[in-house]
Design a protein around this ligand. Structure first.
Ligand SMILES: *Cc1c(COP(=O)(O)O)cnc(C)c1O
Length: 411
């Protein structure tokens, strides 16, 4: 039985999260399926930035570090992320980028087990993770990086493994690792796991404490809607915090930054993972992005993500069969994140044609077109319209237009 537009509209009418859409400023006539790459603009961010620039920076100037709570922002915003990832408030801090935070965690945690030389990761992991890992191991005497295929990761954990570096939800396929199972498996073998939550936080319910996660990082500008280049977050379970000494050190992570002492003494707890001065305008934007989740339980958001994803997949099956689209995302919700990806022999041109038609998804080399499903602001009719436009592009061959074959820009 085919899905009708009436049925889809009824799903929107029954959606308890529908009103959240109004918290964001979205362009007209665009269906935005890229919130897993760059989140959208919360309405509150605009007001907040004006206040930050005119009042806090412009008027209060340096007094704002105290008067407007700038100095506490990394901890305060981290504490607001904590409930989204199932952590305790003092276990999360906002700082730097995912890449830099991975360097901090790898180098600090590797030193806990100096007799274990291997940092293990997945081939095809997000490239920045592998790049920073390759540099971080050079900073730790005797350490080396081993990269194995995804299905060989668990069996590769052994007595030599010091750290396992995994991305919880794969950026391309959306395949999700079993956080509790793998973390426990690594611990039994004497290894620790660093989880990259870039494609999970704000989309998939996370229970870092319950699942035994000890170390993690995550992205601020994707599902958290923190704005372009938003700072990232870093998580260390309470029991490990005092045992870790960062290799990347700075005054903001010092026990007494304003004593201006020559000697480094790490701040107590998670604050030792700060290095330099936080970018306050970006911090404020991230705080607004996180506040746009207020009153929206992760379980409810996830239930809607699952329903949107399933609708997307069902509509593609109905409307686009025979056009060589091959879904590479797991059908089982427990095994996936919140984006849906398809292989197509002309994925690049298809993606460009979709963008020209107002459906923004993205292309991932060599042959994947990826659609982010963000339940905070997408409705069921958006999914219907996106698939309608995709079906028309495939039927008419619009994607064959030579202008869609030109590569080279950032998408
Ligand atoms: C987006 C993303 C990053 C981003 O890293 P930055 O250093 O913050 O730019 C890192 N890892 C994964 C898995 C990502 O998806």
């Amino acid at each position: 039985m085919s899905i009708t537009l009436e049925r889809v509209r009824a799903m929107d009418a029954a959606d308890p999260l529908r009103h959240l859409h109004d918290r964001f400023l979205l362009p007209d006539n665009i269906i935005y399926l890229d919130g897993n790459s760059l989140g959208v603009l919360p309405a509150g961010t605009l007001r907040k930035q004006q206040d930050m620039v005119l009042n806090q920076w412009g008027h209060s100037l340096i007094r704002s570090w105290n008067d407007h709570g700038w100095i506490d922002a990394p901890q305060r915003i981290g504490a607001k992320i904590a409930p989204l990832i199932g952590a305790r408030p003092h276990e999360v801090i906002v700082t730097d980028s995912v890449t830099v935070n991975l360097f901090k965690l790898i180098t600090a945690a590797a030193a806990l087990s100096p007799d274990r030389p291997v940092l293990l990761s997945e081939a095809g992991n997000f490239h920045t993770d592998l790049h920073v890992a390759s540099g971080a191991v050079d900073a730790v005497p005797g350490m080396r990086l081993e990269v194995v295929p995804r299905d060989a990761v668990e069996d590769a954990i052994g007595p030599q493994t010091n750290l396992l570096l995994l991305t919880h939800v794969h950026y391309k396929s959306a395949a999700r690792f079993d956080m509790a199972g793998i973390t426990a498996r690594a611990r039994e073998a004497g290894a620790r796991t660093i989880w990259d939550l870039s494609h999970s936080a704000g989309a998939v319910p996370l229970h870092l404490g319950r699942d035994g996660a000890e170390l993690a990082v995550g992205c601020g500008y994707k599902y958290l809607n923190g704005g372009p280049g938003a700072p990232a977050f870093l998580y260390v379970a309470e029991h490990l915090q005092e045992a870790l000494t960062p290799l990347l050190r700075g005054w903001m992570g010092h026990a007494t930054p304003f004593a201006f002492s020559d000697d480094y003494v790490p701040a107590p707890g998670i604050a030792r993972f700060l290095a330099g001065t936080p970018p306050m305008l970006s911090m404020a934007a991230l705080e607004c992005g996180i506040e746009s989740f207020n009153g929206a339980p992760m379980e409810a958001l996830w239930a809607k993500s699952v329903a949107l994803f399933d609708l997307f997949a069902a509509l593609i099956d109905e409307r686009c069969s025979g056009h060589a689209l091959d879904c590479i995302s797991p059908p089982d919700p427990d095994l996936r994140g919140s984006h849906i990806s398809y292989r197509h022999p002309h994925a690049f041109a298809l993606c460009q044609a979709l963008i020209a038609d107002g459906v923004i998804g993205d292309f991932r080399a060599p042959d994947v077109v990826r659609f982010g499903i963000t339940p905070l602001y997408l409705g069921y009719e958006d999914i219907w319209n996106a698939v309608e436009r995709l079906a028309r592009i495939l039927e008419t061959g619009f994607w064959r237009d030579p202008r869609f074959a030109v590569r080279g820009k950032v998408t």
